[in-house]
Design a protein around this ligand. Structure first.
Ligand SMILES: Nc1ncnc2c1ncn2[C@@H]1O[C@H](COP(=O)(O)OP(=O)(O)OP(=O)(O)O)[C@@H](O)[C@H]1O
Ligand SMILES: [Mg+2]
Length: 290
């Protein structure tokens, strides 16, 4: 029996046409899956097509060809159903007029047909540390609070999939770690999460798998740890008893002893030794440059 996927991105293409006949191929045939309960990172430089992809998943944009299935259901054929299973935190913060936070969340629940949602709303205000600000309007919030509010809004209808487009851009270190923890808690509740980010450390810390896209093409997709081990080398840094600093990379599967022998470094002469793993950032740079 085939396992159901939270998301199936199926040969997705998107060409934006503009009035002056200049067209942009934002997505050139992208396919990948997101499993239930997985945190999936969508990585790529500015203009790679990340937001376009997310907009198609949420039916904000129509694909030129291809399809997206949400728990097996096509976003083109059954948009009303798929939309209720998705929460979206857009890249740009949207300020909404004259309502305070609590009211915004109430009206937003109504948009999904949920009449009394106060338990969920209070829970979210609490979890996102917005309870003290619930009588304020969006414009009275700081940037980080606005971002948290966008997350609360995305979650009012308890979606199975949460899409976060740059959730921690412009967010301070403390709040960022709080948001990471929050994302992990959502994952424990079974929510599938897709996030885009330019912080490769964030993706490395959070994502089970990542997809790297560039100029509308999917260049690499896989488990975060495997990508790092496949595409990067361990770095050995040595300080000798004489105070000399030596550093070199280990070849794949090469033993440290063998490398030291090759470099004619005697262990007796070593004062300090450090081995560091490669990073997702190094792997990312490699993927984009090949
Ligand atoms: N509404 C639109 N009309 C025309 N072109 C668009 C539109 N939205 C995006 N594009 C173009 O499509 C390409 C992909 O843009 P997109 O916003 O998806 O990139 P991104 O990966 O999200 O970038 P960033 O990291 O800067 O957010 C870019 O060349 C962009 O100029
Ligand atoms: Mg974007």
């Amino acid at each position: 029996m085939e396992k159901i996927r939270a998301l199936e991105i199926d040969n997705l293409k998107k060409t934006y046409k503009s009035h002056n006949a200049v067209s942009t191929e934002a997505l050139k045939g992208i396919s990948f899956d997101v499993k239930p309960g997985e945190i999936f990172g969508l990585l790529g430089p500015n203009g790679a097509g990340k937001t376009t992809l997310i907009s198609i998943i949420t039916t904000l944009e129509k694909p030129t060809s291809g399809d997206v299935r949400v728990f097996g259901e096509s976003v083109l054929q059954n948009p009303l159903k798929t939309k209720t299973q998705i929460g979206i935190v857009p890249q740009e913060v949207v300020s909404s007029g004259f309502f305070n936070l609590e009211e915004i969340l109430k009206y937003h629940s109504g948009y999904y047909g949920i009449k009394d949602n106060s338990v969920r709303i209070n829970h979210l205000l609490d979890r996102l540390k917005l309870a003290d600000h619930k009588h304020k309007m969006m414009r009275q919030l700081s940037g980080g609070m606005k971002r948290r509010m966008m997350i609360a809004k995305a979650l009012v209808h308890s979606p199975q999939i949460l899409l976060l487009d740059e959730p921690t851009a412009g967010v301070d270190v403390e709040l960022r770690t709080q948001l990471w923890q929050f994302v992990r808690e959502l994952q424990k509740e079974g929510v599938s999460i897709v996030l885009t980010t330019h912080y490769l450390q964030e993706a490395e810390a959070l994502c089970d798998r990542v997809g790297i896209i560039n100029k509308g093409e999917l260049k690499y997709v896989g488990h975060t740890k495997e990508i790092i081990s496949q595409l990067t080398q361990k770095k050995v840094s040595i300080v000798t008893n004489a105070g000399e600093k030596i550093s070199f990379f280990l070849n794949k599967n090469q033993a440290l002893g063998e490398a030291l022998k090759e470099k004619m470094i005697n262990l007796d002469s070593v004062f300090d030794l450090n081995i560091s793993e490669g990073t997702l950032e190094e792997a990312f740079v490699k993927v984009l440059n090949t």
